[in-house]
Write a protein that binds this ligand. Structure first.
Ligand code: PGA
Length: 261
């Protein structure tokens, strides 16, 4: 796990966006794994800017989102499909037909989960997977106690996650308690994983993920076993790490090496 500690959320977004730009340069027909939440918003803004300037194109990209609320139709303003359209897809040249979000309104969610896995496989697997992290260490909606080799499935949300996300729902609005989420095993098959975290509220989860035991209690800790994960954090999210200076030293060494190539 490579840990990159930067000054602030803008630097985190820039660094993450560069990894997506690099992936697109290598392969314009890349398969993206995408995430919702507040954290990736700045990264999406960066990619939108590059697209508008004509520096990169998403015309050949296929995307798969991590998760969706169960019980919300795609056009529901709180659905993750709606979020992705509003925050990213509508602003770039991606073909909407090539964007995939788990169907929260599926008649048969169990069949839909298997079909989602089939579609990822048929697309050739995910080249680069964007992740945020929950305060409780979740990735996607894989809450603590999730099976570390799980596949796309229906998951019950924890009270903590429901409370964290309540800010997006008005008081009398239906807030789903279930989700469809890629499993940890699904995420682990992505060729490159890019996890972003900013702010003090994520510091404990980042410490558990990077330093803690690999444990279902912190689902993100499974990424310790992933061969190519980049964790990009600001100083606040890194503030509970035992030895942040070591990660900064490694990154300086990496940059120096790259400059010589
Ligand atoms: P956030 O959510 O980016 O809104 O903090 C992250 C997550 O829950 O995965």
């Amino acid at each position: 796990m490579k840990v990159v500690i930067l000054d602030d959320a803008h630097a985190v977004a820039d660094y993450g966006a560069d990894l997506f730009r690099e992936q697109l340069r290598k392969s314009p027909a890349s398969v993206f794994g995408l995430a919702t939440g507040s954290t990736p918003l700045l990264l999406y803004k960066e990619l939108i800017k590059s697209n508008r300037k004509g520096e990169l194109s998403f015309a050949e990209v296929t995307s798969f989102n991590l998760d969706e609320y169960m019980g919300l139709a795609p056009d529901h303003p709180q659905s993750y499909r709606h979020f992705m359209n509003r925050e990213f897809f509508e602003h770039v040249d991606i073909d909407p037909a090539n964007t995939h979000v788990p169907p929260g309104d599926a008649d048969n969610p169990l069949t839909a989960c298997g079909e989602y896995e089939d579609k990822i496989r048929a697309a050739g697997g995910i080249d680069i997977q964007l992740l945020g992290i929950g305060r409780n260490g979740h990735i996607g909606f894989n809450e603590p106690t999730s099976c570390l080799v799980s596949r796309t499935r229906v998951k019950t949300l924890t009270v903590e996650t429901i409370e964290d996300n309540a800010r997006f729902f008005s008081e009398d609005e239906f807030q789903p308690q279930l989700s469809i989420t890629m499993g940890i095993g699904t995420i682990m098959e992505a060729r490159l994983v890019v996890l972003l975290a900013t702010g003090e509220s994520k510091a404990a989860a980042i410490k558990a993920m990077v330093e803690g035991p690999v444990s279902a209690w912190c689902p993100a800790s499974a990424l310790q076993m992933h061969p190519s994960t980049v964790v990009i954090v600001d100083e606040a999210a890194a503030s509970k790490l035992t030895n942040p200076d070591f990660f900064k030293h490694i990154e300086a060494q990496n940059q120096a090496l790259l400059a010589r190539l």
